[in-house]
Design a protein around this ligand. Structure first.
Ligand code: SF4
Length: 286
């Protein structure tokens, strides 16, 4: 919901509740297949959005997606917000941890919110979930191999709070960092994400993946068009065709190896036949 921080230098911006409702209503009225996963974040911190709680409340009982996920550093996870997340029935909370001690955390995040404060925030959500007799959200706490200097302490800090704790491998984020994880490549040619993933930025512009923090890919805008029109539109169709023909000719995608590592993307769609893809897509749209 908010863009900014280390991965992005573009102007910070929040999606408004009004725009969010338009998008959710259109997804809810979608006559096609029910969407599988609604992710309420991208490159920024969703809990910074002052209307985030109202957005969650708007989702209650809407049944717009099989699953709803939030990724957050949980610095701003107040008791009220934690209760809303549980009450609304959010399925999955991915907690991004940057450090196990305050010195390293302040150095990395440049804010003074303590490690213990974040642990307490997540702990309260877990306790409230237990008191409410609910199983959701599943609490997944993760850090990165490049950030974690004390693995035992990290696991100890979230033991009994998280449902799953993990140290993830860093990925290279479209060639911007030299990550060990990105060395384990498959030989895939076509990016699978572009056939099932839609990134909606706070200004309504639509891209194809969360790697695109600078809006390099633009398939349209869901505030001036319908979500369906963008998803079925010519811009995305042409982008998919170009990817099938030769991904390396798309400048932004040419360096990307995010989908090449099976740890990050298990799908392989290299078998797609271009003529068959065009025929079936046109058939579906007519
Ligand atoms: S190839 Fe990479 S940059 Fe391009 S759409 Fe796929 S994940 Fe995004």
């Amino acid at each position: 919901m908010k863009r900014g921080g280390n991965a992005c230098s573009s102007k910070k911006q929040f999606m408004s509740l009004v725009d969010f409702k338009k998008i959710i209503d259109e997804i809810g009225n979608w006559e096609g297949e029910h969407i599988k996963n609604l992710r309420l974040y991208n490159a920024g911190e969703p809990m910074l959005n002052p209307e985030f709680k109202d957005m969650l409340l708007y989702l209650k009982d809407k049944n717009v997606s099989d699953r709803i996920e939030i990724t957050s550093n949980c610095s701003l996870l107040t008791k009220e917000l934690a209760e809303t997340i549980v009450d609304v029935g959010i399925d999955y909370l991915r907690v991004s941890v940057y450090a196990t001690n305050d010195v390293e955390k302040a150095d990395f995040t440049r804010n003074s919110i303590s490690v213990n404060k974040i642990i307490d925030n997540v702990k309260y959500l877990r306790e409230y979930r237990e008191r409410a007799g609910k199983k959701k959200p599943f609490i997944y706490v993760k850090t990165l191999d490049t950030l974690c200097n004390d693995e035992n302490l990290f696991f100890d800090q979230y033991e009994g709070i998280a449902d799953e704790i993990k140290i993830e491998e860093t990925m290279d984020w479209n060639g911007t960092i030299d990550a060990p994880g990105s060395k384990k490549m498959t030989g895939k040619k076509i990016c699978p994400w572009i056939f099932y993933f839609m990134l909606i930025n706070p200004d309504g512009s639509v891209g194809s993946c969360c790697v695109d923090t600078e809006k390099a890919i633009n398939h349209g805008n869901v505030l001036t068009q319908s979500v369906k029109d963008v998803w079925e539109g010519e811009a995305l169709f042409n982008f998919q065709i170009q990817q099938i023909k030769d991904r390396k000719k798309i400048e932004f995608c040419s360096k990307c190896d995010t989908f090449l590592n099976d740890k990050f993307t298990i799908d392989n769609v290299d078998h797609i036949n271009l003529d068959e893809f065009i025929r079936r897509k046109k058939e579906r749209l007519n």
